[in-house]
Design a protein around this ligand. Structure first.
Ligand code: ADP
Length: 819
């Protein structure tokens, strides 16, 4: 900027622009908006003719159409650096002040004023005197202070001032940037003598700094008195009006207390609730705006008001229609559907019996959740799910008291709010994974929520008001009934969903999963076909699960690939047969069992039940020369170890009859091992498997091919009933077994077993192990083990151990695999 450049001017005629509240000083650049037509016309004229314009400030800010006499006498001749037409018709202009000028006369021509003016020559700066030097310093200091306390002037403006050497330009510079009314600025513009001008500026600056300092002091005192609450209140009010301006708040900005009051009055709730809410509202009104307590109260009111106090879904009661919905959404599950229909019928006939809770029990992916959803569709109720897995704390079910920081309602009431009706179906997932510890017993709280005797006035600790849960239909799901708290289990009507056979999976995939996934991926039925054999192959080679969850995922993968290829134009349609599966899904995850079981000595196939379905579990036994130690490995639980000891004990008692060396428990070590040591195993039903494996190892009789077995064994060799037969036999079939030995007591459970499995397997039922020895072992081809017994014990201490088998195995916690 040319602060020192003073133009010598003589008289000239220039378009005139009246400024409102602004003064432009020579040497300064300034931009401003021009809106009045007369001003825009003047600018246009100037722009087309040398770009020079005379800017003079009008005396009264508010005068809309000033005459020449309404303007000051002195203004500034400026150069128009830039002009920008705005969409609304106005102009944004950037000017640079050139020189002071006095107006001589003005004429109104062609829609704007033309002014004859005379430039005022800037006095030549004299050699700087001590006085002017001191003045300069003072002005710089004052401006520095001013910039640091004024909220409207940036501190960066101080630096350029240091570079200005002449008093006139310094005065003009400071005045241009000060935030004040136009009158004092105009006075400075009209003051031509340099030192006088600077004195005036120093005076004005000094005054301004003083005023600002006092203002600041007042503000500090006030804000101290107002306290932070009041400040926050003001801020909040400002925020609300900003939100309102932005359209984030609908309607007129209302008094929030009135809004609450209206909402409370409109609530269809017991009187107790009204009283409580009004009390809390009163407390809120007494709070300082924005206090921590008021935030808590507001959240509380919002939460209680958000509950569906009076919103009910209209329940559909047509049992036949309900059956249709269940049938259309699920393949098979006939028993389950039948039980659910009965359940609905009973509720309809006897509404007082509505307290019963359904529990859908079964491995993952067998359709528990989706059956619950179907019940919601069939009854026209809303559905909300909540998981109880890992809930240890009563407060998670019933809420934390409001006094806790960050307290919230419990999961039940939170789910009710989510459902948005007073009579939804609440699906409580994983009731069997409910924990309990020092923080209280969540199952007790749950029981209270589910108990029809008490739940018409369920009190959440946070909400503190009773809410009627008696219209809610509760459906729980679990993988295993063993870990469901007993009092809860007693209240529930358990409906079991078993594993699916591969044939069932194929049908489910064909009728439900594939159409669902196709739709999700935007494919038509003609664009993607998966053959039946391919579906069976996926179930066998890629999933091997009880349910169909993974199968659904694999189908989703195929759909994704098809959809991508079709979208890219590489394919028109895709038809998947077993041969293409590896291309789409990657290599098979499960190789078909080579059915290699059988024929070996000391290796027997057992069957186990897990929460996620049945599985096979082989037992290996080695007989080694030794001192009679019994070693058990493979991550076994206590029950399984005891079961092994019982088996060995029985064999000792029958050694002679079995043709085993009666002293085997002194001469040999037995090592019983269950492969897949990473999986913990427990349960009594491997008793018979271990006994047969040990007998095979001691007699040298090979195990017959394709045989699998399950059964608990007593010390006298009796075979006891086991659980999970359906899952276990399914696993046996999958593994290629042909014959399965099961306890005679389980014979009646064969009814429950899937037809495909029954046809595929030959069942041998037994009450005593003696009855199945010939079925399991091929004694004709026995090759008894022959060991060179050690003549001398290798280590002394072991020789001194008491005779008989001593189990050596580490204790391991938890038991997911039950034999
Ligand atoms: P769970 O709750 O038992 O773990 P889901 O209900 O989540 O299992 O079922 C997994 C998927 O399998 C869902 O998409 C479900 O619709 C589907 N599904 C399971 N069983 C059937 C069936 N019998 N008929 C149709 N779809 C089924």
């Amino acid at each position: 900027m040319a602060y020192n450049k003073i133009e010598k001017t003589s008289r000239e005629t220039l378009p005139l622009l009246a400024l409102r509240g602004l003064v432009v000083f020579p040497g300064m650049r300034l931009n401003f908006d021009v809106e009045r037509d007369v001003s825009v016309a003047a600018l246009d004229a100037a722009n087309n003719n040398g770009r020079r314009v005379l800017l003079i400030t009008q005396r009264e800010f508010l005068k809309e159409n000033p005459r020449i006499s309404d303007l000051y006498d002195v203004g500034t001749i400026c150069h128009i650096t830039q002009m920008l037409k705005m969409p609304g018709g106005g102009v944004k202009v950037l000017v640079e002040g050139l020189t002071r000028a006095k107006i001589i006369s003005g004429t109104d021509t062609m829609g704007y004023y033309l002014a004859e003016c005379e430039g005022i020559t800037e006095p030549k700066p004299r050699k700087s005197s001590a006085r002017s030097e001191a003045l300069m310093r003072r002005v710089v200091d004052l401006f520095d202070t001013y910039a640091s306390i004024s909220p409207n002037v940036a501190h960066e403006l101080v630096m350029p001032l240091l570079g200005i050497t002449d008093a006139g330009s310094a005065a003009d510079y400071v005045m241009q940037h000060m935030f004040m009314k136009h009158e004092p600025k105009q006075r400075v513009l009209e003051t031509v003598p340099l030192v006088r001008r600077l004195e005036l500026v120093a005076e004005l600056l000094g005054h301004e700094v003083e005023v600002l300092a006092v203002e600041r002091e007042i503000e500090e005192n006030m804000s101290e008195r107002m306290g932070s609450n009041h400040r926050e209140q003001i801020l909040r009010e400002r925020m609300r009006s900003i939100q309102y301006e932005l359209g984030e708040l609908g309607g007129e900005p209302e008094n929030e207390f009135d809004v609450y009051r209206e909402k409370i009055a409109a609530l269809h709730a017991p009187d107790e609730v009204h009283e409580k809410l009004n009390k809390e509202l009163e407390r809120l009104q007494k709070q300082g705006f924005g206090s921590a307590e008021s935030a808590v109260l507001r959240t509380y009111l919002d939460q209680v008001l958000a509950l569906p106090w009076n919103t009910l879904s209209k329940e559909k009661r047509d049992i036949t229609a309900a059956k249709k919905v269940l049938d259309s959404e699920h393949f098979g599950l006939d028993k389950v559907k039948e039980r659910i229909i009965e359940f609905l019928a009973v509720r309809q006939m006897n509404p007082a019996a509505k307290g019963t809770i359904l529990c859908l029990l079964g491995p993952p992916g067998v359709g528990k959740t989706s059956v619950a959803m179907s019940v919601a569709h069939a009854t026209g109720r809303k559905l909300a799910r909540l998981s109880l897995g890992g809930v240890h704390d009563e407060a998670e079910i019933r809420g934390h008291r409001k006094t806790y920081v960050g307290a919230m309602p419990g999961r039940i009431m939170e789910a009710i709010t989510r459902a948005g009706t007073r009579n939804p179906i609440l699906v409580l997932d994983e009731v069997d994974k409910l924990g309990s510890d020092y923080r209280g017993d969540p199952s007790a709280a749950l029981l209270e929520a589910l108990d029809p005797e008490q739940n018409n006035a369920f009190r959440d600790h946070y909400l503190e008001v009773p809410f009627d849960l008696s219209e809610v239909m509760f459906i729980t799901t679990a993988n295993s009934s063993q870990t469901i708290p007993r009092p809860l289990l007693d209240r529930m009507e358990v409906i079991e969903l078993g594993s699916y056979t591969d044939i069932e999976k194929k049908e489910i995939a064909k009728r439900h999963l594939l159409p669902k996934q196709r739709k999700k991926h935007g494919l038509k039925a003609t664009q993607l076909k998966v053959s039946d054999t391919a579906l069976l192959e996926i179930a066998d080679g890629w999933t091997r699960e009880s349910g169909v969850r993974q199968l659904e995922r694999e189908l989703a993968t195929i759909c994704r690939k098809a959809s991508t290829a079709i979208a890219r134009g590489e394919l028109k349609s895709l038809s998947v047969t077993p041969r293409e599966l590896e291309k789409h899904l990657g290599p098979r995850k499960y190789i078909p069992d080579a059915s290699s079981i059988g024929g070996e000595v000391g290796l027997v196939r057992g069957l186990a039940w897990t929460e996620v379905g049945g599985t096979t579990l082989d037992v290996e036994v080695n007989v080694l020369p030794g001192m009679g130690a019994l070693k058990l490995t493979g991550n076994l639980g206590a029950v399984m170890k005891e079961s092994a000891e019982a088996a060995v004990s029985y064999i000792r008692s029958r050694a002679e009859k079995l043709g085993i060396d009666a002293d085997f428990h002194r001469k040999y070590d037995l090592h019983i091992h269950f492969p897949e040591g990473a999986v913990q195993k427990d349960g009594p039903s491997a008793g018979i498997t271990m006994a047969i494996a040990v007998i095979s190892a001691l007699t040298g009789a090979p195990v017959r091919p394709d045989i699998a077995m399950t059964g608990e064994i007593t010390l006298r060799g009796r075979i006891l009933r086991i659980g999970g037969l359906r899952e276990k036999t399914m696993a046996a079939m999958r593994s290629g077994a042909k014959t399965v030995i099961i306890p005679a007591d389980n014979e009646r459970d064969l009814e429950e077993i899937d037809q495909t499995v029954r046809r595929a397997l030959n069942f041998v039922t037994a009450r005593h192990i003696d009855n199945v020895l010939d079925v399991a072992l091929d004694f004709a081809n026995a090759v008894p083990p022959s060991f060179k017994l050690p003549t001398k014990p290798e280590t002394k201490p072991e020789a001194e151990l008491p005779q008989g088998f001593t189990p050596i195995s580490e204790e391991r916690p938890s038991v997911p695999l039950r034999m």
